[in-house]
Design a protein around this ligand. Structure first.
Ligand code: ZN
Length: 162
């Protein structure tokens, strides 16, 4: 009986040693998932793996479901590729429209449609070359250079037509 008594008292001692300053123990949840990384809305602390729903850095309560989910790397890549494609195609389209539009709108009014065509194709070639030089010189991407060329061509066309 003497040997059993301390064993019975040990669990009671463990309960007494729990921190007294906490009024109620924080409710435990599943750890905050790792992917996508979630951050505190107040201080930006990375909340990955936390089992409580209170930011350890600033003490703000949070709900995992209400935290904004940043785009995953694959989603960011997909968006970047998509916008690059739009920029590249849009640039080519603007370049073509900018070259052809003055020929269509100004044809007949000037009376020298052949020289106008030469002028427009020449201007577009100069714009395209400038965009290529810009790309190489400033180490820009093709979509950016194409979009710039397209915008330049469209601006020139607008200036000629209006
Ligand atoms: Zn915080």
């Amino acid at each position: 009986m003497n040997a059993e008594q301390p064993e019975e008292h040990e669990p009671a001692k463990l309960v007494e040693l729990q921190p007294l300053d906490l009024e109620q123990p924080p409710p435990r949840h599943l750890p905050v998932p790792e992917n996508p990384p979630l951050h505190c809305l107040q201080c930006g602390y990375n909340l990955t793996g936390l089992v409580s729903r209170r930011c350890p850095e600033c003490g703000t309560h949070f709900k995992v479901r209400s935290l904004p989910r940043p785009a995953t790397i694959e989603e960011q890549d997909r968006t970047a590729i998509h916008s690059d494609r739009i920029a590249f195609r849009g640039g080519i389209l603007l370049l073509i429209v900018g070259t052809v539009a003055p020929m269509v709108f100004l044809d007949g009014s000037g009376g020298s449609s052949v020289s106008l065509r030469f002028l427009m194709v020449g201007c577009s070639a100069i714009i395209l070359t400038t965009a290529c030089i810009y790309k190489g010189f400033f180490q820009r991407t093709w979509p950016e250079a194409m979009l710039l060329a397209g915008l330049g061509s469209a601006t020139l066309a607008a200036l000629l037509i209006f």
